[in-house]
Design a protein around this ligand. Sequence first.
Ligand SMILES: N[C@@H](CCC(=O)N[C@@H](CS)C(=O)NCC(=O)O)C(=O)O
Length: 271
Amino acid sequence: MSQTKQSHPDAELHPEATGLAKQTVSEHSTPHDLKLYGGWFCPFVQRSWLVLEEKKIPYEYIEVNPYHKPDSLLKLNPRGLVPTLQYDNKPLYESTVICQFLEEAYPDHGPSLLPEDVYDRARMRIWIDWITSRFIPSYHRFLQKQGDVEEERQQFLGLLKEFTKEMTEQGPYFFGAEPKMIDLMLAPWAVRLWVFDHYKGGLNMPKEGEAGGDEKVWSRWREWAGAIAEMDSVKKTLSERQHYLQIYQRYADDKAQSEMAKATRSGRGVP
Ligand SMILES: N[C@@H](CCC(=O)N[C@@H](CS)C(=O)NCC(=O)O)C(=O)O
């Protein structure tokens, strides 16, 4: 880490969740053995938060600023990233690992987020890995690119199509009528696609009736994205748009100094 805790240029951000997420935080402020160290703005945190909410697992939410890393976070996670989970006094980190852990550690809580069929479970892991290795880097290349973004836009749209083609024909979720882990792993970025309208001239996704041979794929995407945006857990873990702007502006100007932003600039993957 080259920046000191105090001088990190991204550290100035709204200190706490707002909107519906504020209410969720306040409902989970009582000390509990299971603690989620999160940042209200972070899509990786939202993944773990969604699993906790979907499965109705009791937990305590602790807001930390990962750009002004408190010792309480660094002690648990030497990478100093959120989400970090404290379970039975033991630390866990990496959003996908946390989510899979929660599913296994609380099998009797809420609905199972694993498909019934073992082959589908394995296929789901392929696509969760794809989100980390392909989708999120592409999202960031598009967002951080300065000047002409057409190539990045087309690459990104190509990935949305690739993912959508893997979904079952019957929606609205990836595997059908019920949300599973795969839906929750992509949801935070799906509900942050507005950044491209706001900063990059739009996603320019074909509108209904304009997609030609891809009409079926895009209509399935719209069905999926619409269902995701309507999920209670998704709404309850989002803050007010205006507070995200301060953070995303720095990405859009390619000035952010987070590990993700730096990794994107140097052609590396998700930190
Ligand atoms: N691979 C990690 C990525 C987590 C991550 O990058 N979180 C960001 C906030 S959205 C963070 O803690 N950044 C602190 C930093 O860049 O120093 C995961 O999946 O949990």
